[in-house]
Design a protein around this ligand. Structure first.
Ligand code: TMP
Length: 259
């Protein structure tokens, strides 16, 4: 049996050739990195949880008419997705000051922003993903003005939906990162949501305690990162009470048997 073709390996995911043209398999690793991979580690079971959480969110977004690359989950760590041409821009949506916004502008973490802010970063590891302005995107041709209008509209729709989804389970959506891709159909392309939405790329704070339920636990050496990701999955109704560990134990067991 021939091994399937690896298309791209990133820091937290691997893309393999899909079963049909125009599809890919997205594999979620347990690897975690921060600060442009200067800090490296693993969060046990993270890939399984992110696969499930992202499936859930993309399915809900699809049901409200947000076009996404998600087709279906294949197994614990893999999902089938549509192949797109990734727009080389990380789109960060912020509702509350935190992270680099706080350090860059001296605004205390946790300050509610007067309005939602969208920031753009150029996807280039060698440059450390620098922040960019609309002007750079237009001047260097990374995306057209129409595409950027579409991206900003979709980002706001995703934010409105996710704020409600998380508020309903006692979580404050502080900020998150999105990536978009071009889906080509003949000579035309349209913008769809790509990548993943999971605690790796969101800041999620418990509404009453303020406890961090996201990758900042890893970035800031707070500990308890696997439990935090499990808590998000549990509140989303993806891990019936008491089954969180059972799911991860089963996965470990399978891995040991080499399946
Ligand atoms: P920042 O405050 O570090 O700029 O991050 C803003 C949000 O974007 C936060 O939720 C984490 C997410 N993010 C990523 O998903 N990938 C990245 O490479 C970075 C820098 C941030």
């Amino acid at each position: 049996m021939s091994r399937r073709r690896l298309i791209y390996e990133g820091k937290a995911k691997i893309l393999y050739e899909g079963p049909e043209p125009g599809t890919l398999i997205q594999y979620f690793k347990d690897d975690a990195t921060a600060f442009n991979a200067q800090k490296k580690g693993t969060i046990s079971g993270k890939g399984v949880l992110n696969n499930r959480i992202s499936e859930h969110i993309y399915t809900l977004l699809g049901s409200i008419g947000v076009p996404t690359h998600f087709i279906r989950r294949l197994n614990m760590r893999e999902q089938l997705i549509r192949q797109v041409e990734i727009v080389p821009i990380e789109v960060v949506v912020r509702n509350v000051a935190a992270g680099t916004l706080s350090t860059r502008l001296g605004i205390e973490e946790g300050t509610q922003l007067p309005r939602t802010i969208i920031e753009y970063f150029y996807k280039d590891d060698a440059l450390g993903d620098p922040m960019i302005a609309d002007e750079h995107i237009a001047a260097f041709g990374w995306a057209s003005q129409d595409e950027m209008n579409e991206i900003a509209d979709l980002a706001i729709r995703v934010n409105d939906f996710l704020c409600g989804l998380f508020a309903a389970i006692g979580i404050r959506l502080v900020d998150f990162k999105l990536e978009f891709g071009r889906l080509w159909e003949n000579d035309y392309s349209r913008i769809i949501l790509a990548d993943e939405i999971s605690p790796d790329g969101c800041r999620l704070w418990d509404m009453s305690s303020g406890e961090k339920l996201d990758k900042d636990r890893f970035r800031r050496d707070l500990g308890g990162e696997a439990e935090a990701y499990q808590e998000v999955a549990r509140r989303l109704g993806l891990l019936p009470e008491g089954e969180a560990n059972a799911v991860l134990d089963l996965e470990e067991h399978r891995a040991k048997r080499g399946k």
